[in-house]
Write a protein that binds this ligand. Sequence first.
Ligand code: CTP
Ligand code: MG
Length: 401
Amino acid sequence: MSITPVPRVAVIVVAAGSGTRLGAGAPKAFVGIDSHSILWHCLHGVFGAPNAQVVIVAPESRSGDALTDALAVAPDKADVTSVVVGGPTRQGSVAAGLAALWADIDIVLVHDAARALTPPAVFERVIAEIDAGAVAVIPVLPVVDTIKRVDESTITGHVDRSHLAAAQTPQGFRRDVLDAAYHAATAEFTDDAALVAEAGHRVATVAGDARSFKITTRDDLERAQSLITPSAIEQPDRVMNDLHVIPRVGVGTDVHAFGGEGNLWLAGLEWPGERALSGHSDGDAVAHAIVDALLAAAGLGDIGTHFGTDYPEYAGAHAEAFLSRTRALLVEAGWRIGNVSVQVQANRPRFSARRVDAQAVLSAALGGAPVSVTATTTDGLGFTGHGEGVSAFAVALIVPA
Ligand code: CTP
Ligand code: MG
């Protein structure tokens, strides 16, 4: 039986940026090119590099998605793959990746997830150059455009392009050199080679690749789309992506006992004359089940994470406060709500006369997403049948914004 040697090469894939210039409403690495994300495509090149530790640096809210992509691309590499949470700057994200490297690693490649189509050959060239003695190496492409220096809208000079090169990633370093440069760094740089050069090291170059362009704007994303020819087997997925529908679902339940003060609040409505439910807030089990379903779909924890008893501002709060805050959390994480379906189990109140009102109130609190409310009794069985309380069960569907 052959034993795989411990990797001495690591690839840090920085995927924690927000993608402001792309403006897709989601962290850039998790935006789809076809039916797969930018990160998924990028990992094909990364896992092409032989026997390397792979550290993916992702936004906290997308760590799970990053691992899912990695396991989908290279299920046999699960042992050498990990995901860590990034920082507010690229440099901070690289530092988080460096902190996760194994002791045996002596060559580190840092790669932008946004360079989704970098072929494995570029990784190999970079590693070979370090093996040949370089302490730092970056892939470059010659600059083909004529370059001018400008001051606002006026040309102030001509730059000789023969001395220029466009820098790409993966950038490779001896691990001790990159670690030391990061420890000593006092300024922010947009790539690692600049930081290592600042520390006084010579940075070598190897040939880059035109396919290794960085997806920064909408045009770049379209260029990547045009370079990918989907196989026949991927066609059904592709149709979904073309419609920008890669949905996720979540479920939530909640139960509250009768016994609160004042009137009943349920499904966002006040029910004069009906017994109130007890709870930290108004005991609106319908709203709380919806909150859990939405948070679960987005992978953002559950109601206790965001509204538990640690949050006094939600004591006595009604559905509107819970639902609008939940919607804001989803929007922040790059999701929009498709629809919500919720079922109440209770002897009372009788929903039929106020179903439409309840749906309207809940839907308004969720920014207009359709909400369906159904209600049932349980034939006299269980705590709802005995009139001790109500139970609600919700399913939510969300899609990338
Ligand atoms: N990156 C990161 N952590 C950050 C910022 C950037 O891991 N805090 C990563 C990005 O995910 C990307 C690479 O660094 O793969 C290059 O950055 P860039 O293209 O600038 O991506 P974004 O910062 O996401 O985009 P923008 O600057 O348009 O917001
Ligand atoms: Mg950026």
